[in-house]
Design a protein around this ligand. Structure first.
Ligand code: KG4
Ligand code: ZN
Length: 496
């Protein structure tokens, strides 16, 4: 629990210790004591569970609040205490008549710059060689304070509410999540019917449908959760990877909300979201994990040595697993998306009927290749048609599915052994496939490794998984500036 109250004389020794641990040329005891006696100053301390964790002060000069000092004890950093102090000072400054806040930051202090930018400050000027070190000072100004301050004060109550938005592909989704795990609402508007007639996602249609849907989807998520923007602590959004024209709709909307409410903005990697989906189902799930991420756009094996750290171990050299299902379904005239219909047909077929190839099954790496398998299916179908035989769709579906499954399971086992993983997370839309789930579960059981598969609605694209990942970013104080761009090629392990 964080408590913020005015600074007292008796706080000065503790404040000095944090000041000395934070700055190369710290303020002296005399300076602090002198400040506390002045009318035009506001000094506050933050207490975490009763212990001094940080402090900050402003000087009011007419309608300007000059931020003089903000520091957080080294062991208390990364928990949003600096931000909480900043907005408490802003609230008092507004009450004292200030309209904006300003401060100076050394141009080399990138951490501080990032912090103030994400809190809505813009660089307005530079004072060359202002510091004794020779560093320039950057002059930062906040946006007008009053409209932001009420929302920030509510955030201080630490309800831990995040609104997350997902628009990377063909679902417009929004979710409100408490404490990173408790889903208060999850709304998903799928555009799949608009893309179905084209046999795949059409990027321009996706962008336009997101633009139409996003306001209604977010309103519905807030309403179902019974909250308003003023109740939230942060707004999170998928920043990549995905279709750029689809990503920018969610990102621009989220920035608009962040800008008008003053809420901090969090960018989430979509792939990281898929991995976090497993934690929503299974709160005890702990790394080291291996994640098999199989969707329409991705197929990869990822090592997760701890939450927030990722190493991509391997992936598809050509088609994604879902894409292979979709292409084979299209070839067989089964419509889009192909995964569900193929797995339905396969249930009545013989997986051994046709010996489709298992590309790269025995290679030493953790990569897979699916386009050769797809070509083998095409050649088989052409030959059957040429020779006038009726296509046995159930057997083709079952044999194709068996080939995809066998390679995925073998490579996942290899990854588990190499990384000594204690659990495997299966994520992405292809995780809906019952044969893949079943084969993986029994293969892992022989190794004593658990398989965690989120329920279907959490496997396919949704915003709850984005909120779950955003919660760790909120606690670590990792925010996006309002000048952030979408990154369609964002990789796991960096960016976001
Ligand atoms: O994760 P997702 O909803 O969207 C992205 O691609 O990000 O995954 C959709 C993919 C589609 O390619 C679809 O054919 C596949 O998941 N899929 C399946 C099954 N259900 C959906 N693939 C195999 N078997 C299924 N039962
Ligand atoms: Zn996805």
């Amino acid at each position: 629990m964080i408590d913020i109250r005015p600074m007292l004389e008796s706080d000065v020794p503790g404040v000095l210790a944090i000041e000395r641990a934070s700055f190369p040329d710290p303020w002296t005891e005399g300076l602090f004591r002198d400040e506390l006696g002045r009318e035009d100053r506001i000094w506050k301390v933050a207490l975490e569970d009763g212990r001094l964790a940080g402090y900050g002060g402003v000087m009011i000069v007419d309608v300007e609040a000059h931020l003089m000092d903000v520091a957080v004890a080294p062991e208390a950093r990364g928990r949003g205490i600096g931000r909480a102090l900043l907005w408490e000072l802003a609230a008092d400054a507004v009450a004292a008549g200030a309209l904006r806040m300003t401060l100076e930051v050394a141009s080399s202090n990138e951490t501080a710059l990032r912090f103030y930018r994400s809190a809505g400050f813009d660089v307005a000027g530079r004072r060359p060689a202002y510091y004794p070190s020779g560093d320039d000072a950057l002059l930062l100004w906040s946006r007008p304070l009053a409209p932001h301050v009420s929302a920030k004060r509510v955030a201080l109550k630490r309800r831990d509410l995040i609104l997350a938005i997902e628009s990377s592909c063909d679902e417009t989704a929004a979710s409100v999540m408490r404490g990173g795990r408790e889903e208060l609402s999850s709304v998903v508007a799928s555009q799949v019917d608009f893309h179905a007639r084209f046999g795949g996602v059409v990027p321009e249609i996706a962008s336009r449908k997101h633009t139409e849907a996003i306001v209604g989807v977010v309103d519905q998520a807030l309403e179902t959760a019974g909250v308003t923007f003023a109740d939230l602590d942060a707004i999170a959004v998928t920043a990549g990877p995905g279709l750029v024209g689809a990503l920018v709709v969610g990102l621009a909307y989220a920035k608009g909300v962040a800008c008008s409410t003053g809420l901090p903005l969090i960018g989430v990697n979509h792939l990281e979201g898929h991995i976090y989906a497993a934690r929503l189902l299974d709160p005890d799930l702990e790394p080291p994990l291996v994640a098999l991420l199989v969707s329409g756009g991705h197929t990869m094996l990822v090592s997760v040595p701890e939450w927030g750290r990722y190493e991509v171990l391997g992936g598809t050299l050509d088609d994604a697993a879902g894409e292979a299902f979709d292409k084979v379904a299209k070839l067989l005239g089964l419509g889009y998306p192909g995964g569900p219909v193929i797995s339905r047909l396969a249930a009545e077929g013989d997986p051994k009927a046709i010996p489709f190839p298992r590309p790269m099954l025995r290679t030493d790496d953790l990569d897979v290749s699916l386009s050769g398998l797809k070509t083998a299916v095409i050649q088989y179908v052409e030959r059957e048609r040429r020779e006038g035989r009726e296509l046995r769709l159930n057997d083709i579906a079952a044999s194709f599915q068996a080939a995809v499954t066998e390679v995925q399971v073998a490579k996942t086992l290899k990854a588990v052994r190499a990384h000594d993983a204690k659990a495997v997370v299966l994520a992405g839309g292809v995780a809906a496939n019952p044969v893949l789930r079943g084969s993986l579960r029994s293969a892992l059981a022989t190794e004593g490794v658990a398989l965690s598969v989120p329920p279907l609605e959490l496997c396919t694209d949704n915003a709850s998984m984005i909120a779950a990942a955003a919660h760790d970013a909120l606690r670590a104080g990792r925010f996006l500036g309002l000048d952030a761009d979408a990154n369609p090629a964002m990789r796991l392990g960096r960016g976001a």
